[in-house]
Design a protein around this ligand. Structure first.
Ligand code: ZN
Length: 321
């Protein structure tokens, strides 16, 4: 299995965010991805591929021009070793106070898009499973707002890329602990992408603004959005019910390509997410999904404990093929 990876992300190190009016440590750090990379190599997944370069128009097809230009300008005007954090809602193009802009935010987020598009192009060329091991993550980024440590929606841009190049039916299965409000919003009015998400109930958990079962899509997109929220401390028994349902939906829909937005913040040792999944549960998840035998692009999203990220990833991919 090819892993598309680029070390540029390790220069990207946000340090803080505002939570309830106080500065706290930002958990979106290079170690969360590099721990996965090291563990994967150690377990024989050593086919690391560097990204190619893709034109910016793939970003503009998903994100509004005014937002992309804002992110570029904000990044370049932020001095090195400083972080711009939105403090007043509605004033800038970010929907929370947890997503700082650094001098290299634009550059790093664009490179994450290139990593994901490289992986998408490998799937397109007929390879079964490819892993885009990226950060910053993407699934919270909307058409015109950053948020939830996300700037460009990597999975959505990859889906759009595949559609533009002739793929008819795509499912994005979002397994991050948090609802992918950005991905849902981007495809809410279209039947080109079926978005399915298993996540912590948004009545209690971030991003609060979306992720309810009643959100089923609109217009031509009606019936192409499925939310499966779960209560806090959902363990394998509870989680597997939702997963089986999602897998049946995917099997019945039978997409040409499956994109998995994979977050390991569902692990019980994760400091941010609040589910109780254990290492071996990621092997069980992978076994269920790989039975579908679909060309699959796995895109890394959240997961904030480097150690549990590493063991979850090894368990997942060892059981996938
Ligand atoms: Zn998450």
């Amino acid at each position: 299995m090819k892993i598309v990876y680029d070390s540029l992300h390790s220069n990207y190190r946000p340090t803080k965010e505002i939570d309830n009016g106080r500065f706290i440590e930002n958990p979106e750090k290079p170690e969360r991805i590099d721990a996965i990379k090291e563990a994967m190599i150690l377990h024989g997944f050593d086919n690391l591929t560097p990204p190619g370069k893709f034109p910016a128009n793939y970003v503009y097809m998903v994100h509004e021009e005014s937002y992309v230009e804002w992110l570029k300008a904000k990044s370049s005007s932020t001095p090195e070793n400083e972080e711009y954090i939105l403090e007043v809602f509605g004033y800038d193009m970010c929907f929370d106070t947890g997503t700082p802009i650094l001098h290299n935010t634009f550059e790093t987020a664009k490179r994450a898009v290139d990593v994901t598009l490289t992986a998408a192009s490998i799937v397109e060329s007929g390879t079964d499973t490819v892993y885009a091991l990226v950060r910053p993550p993407g699934h919270h980024a909307t058409r015109n707002l950053c948020g939830g440590y996300c700037y460009f929606n990597n999975a959505a841009i990859a889906a759009n890329y595949l559609i533009k190049r002739g793929t008819d039916r795509i499912v994005i299965l979002d397994l991050d602990f948090h609802h992918g409000n950005g991905t849902q919003e981007i495809f809410y009015n279209t039947d080109l992408v079926y978005y399915i998400s298993i996540h912590g109930d948004p009545k209690i958990f971030y991003p609060w603004i979306s992720g309810k079962e009643s959100e089923v899509g609109e217009g031509p997109g009606e019936g192409f959005n499925l939310n499966l929220p779960l209560p806090p401390h959902a363990n394998w028994e509870r989680y597997s019910e939702a997963l089986s349902y999602a897998v049946r939906e995917i099997r019945d829909y039978y997409p040409d390509v499956l994109i998995i937005s994979l977050g390991f913040d569902t692990h019980k040792e994760d400091p941010v997410g609040k589910f109780d999944l254990e290492d071996e549960d990621y092997a069980r998840i992978a076994k269920q999904i790989s039975k579908l035998k679909l060309p699959t692009l796995v895109v890394q999203e959240g997961g904030y404990n480097p150690k549990s990220n590493a063991s979850a990833a090894v368990n997942f991919f060892s059981s996938f093929e």
